[in-house]
Design a protein around this ligand. Structure first.
Ligand SMILES: Nc1ncnc2c1ncn2[C@@H]1O[C@H](COP(=O)(O)OP(=O)(O)OP(=O)(O)O)[C@@H](O)[C@H]1O
Length: 250
């Protein structure tokens, strides 16, 4: 593995009773980057996240994180090593404050988090919700809940954040705020991998885009090149239409 890559998949496949959801996928993620994984519905994006977090074990192939083989390792062990996932639908403890919710992330995260208070404050800051710290989670808007979910995930002191559609359903102002947060998180040293359907957000925030189609990796590169790749356009539109992906302005 190259010195700069934090996550590596080699020949990873996952089948569900004969259906090949992931087919011999290999890639390495560079530390300190934002990578988006895109693809049509059913392409295998969630399955890929589930394989990296250990929720599912691959049928074949190897996954390593920070030079350590994590293939088939239990989810809690992988989380302790520094992989966190922010879910699209946050399920906070609704009667606890934002601070208390993020504190739970810090307590159950990567082994050796000592200064919990400082970690929580820093996570709230990075997720741009420090001003909401004392509010009960049940008073938050959908957009604010998304930020809380991201804060909870990074409070584990993760080195790798897997973010599940962080911009889905957000209005343009909320989307811009989320993009700022993802950049801040990357700039703080956390590697970010997104699964995202919102193409304008993908184009704006990604250093690199990976495209899955029917479980296979069909494109990999900088956003503007991937958006104009005929195979990618065909995967989305079903025809080799030369028009760009929605939201892509050349
Ligand atoms: N636990 C499971 N059991 C059986 N089949 C599954 C399971 N999980 C996923 N699949 C199948 O694997 C394929 C990939 O699904 P996956 O959810 O990973 O796609 P996706 O790219 O995340 O789709 P979406 O964008 O709609 O969320 C689909 O055909 C899906 O039906």
């Amino acid at each position: 593995m190259s010195a700069a890559s934090i996550l590596r998949l080699e020949g990873v496949s996952k089948s569900f009773r004969g259906l090949r959801a992931i087919a011999e996928v290999s890639f390495a993620i560079e530390a300190g980057s934002i990578t988006s994984i895109i693809g049509p519905n059913g392409a295998g994006k969630s399955t890929l996240f589930n394989l990296v977090t250990g929720y599912l074990a691959p049928t074949a192939g190897e996954i390593s994180f920070k030079d350590r083989r994590i293939t088939g390792m239990a989810t809690n062990r992988i989380a302790e090593l520094g992989v966190a996932r922010a879910f699209q639908i946050a399920r906070p403890f609704r009667d606890l404050t934002v601070f208390e919710n993020v504190r739970i992330g810090a307590l159950f995260g990567k082994a050796g988090v000592r200064d919990v208070e400082v970690t929580v404050r820093r996570s709230l800051q990075l997720a741009a919700i420090a001003h909401l710290a004392e509010q009960p989670a049940n008073t938050l808007t959908v957009g604010q809940l998304r930020h809380l979910e991201v804060a909870r995930a990074i409070a584990t002191r993760a080195d790798l954040l897997l973010a599940d559609e962080p911009c889905a359903g957000l209005n343009p102002t909320e989307t811009a705020a989320m993009i700022d947060v993802l950049r801040l998180i990357r700039d703080s040293g956390v590697t970010v991998v997104l699964v995202e359907h919102d193409m304008p957000s993908v184009m704006e925030v990604s250093d690199r885009v990976l495209v899955l189609d029917a479980g296979a990796l069909i494109a990999d590169g900088p956003p503007h090149l991937v958006a104009s790749n005929p195979q990618v356009i065909a995967a989305y539109l079903g025809t080799p239409d030369p028009s760009p992906l929605p939201g892509h302005s050349p």
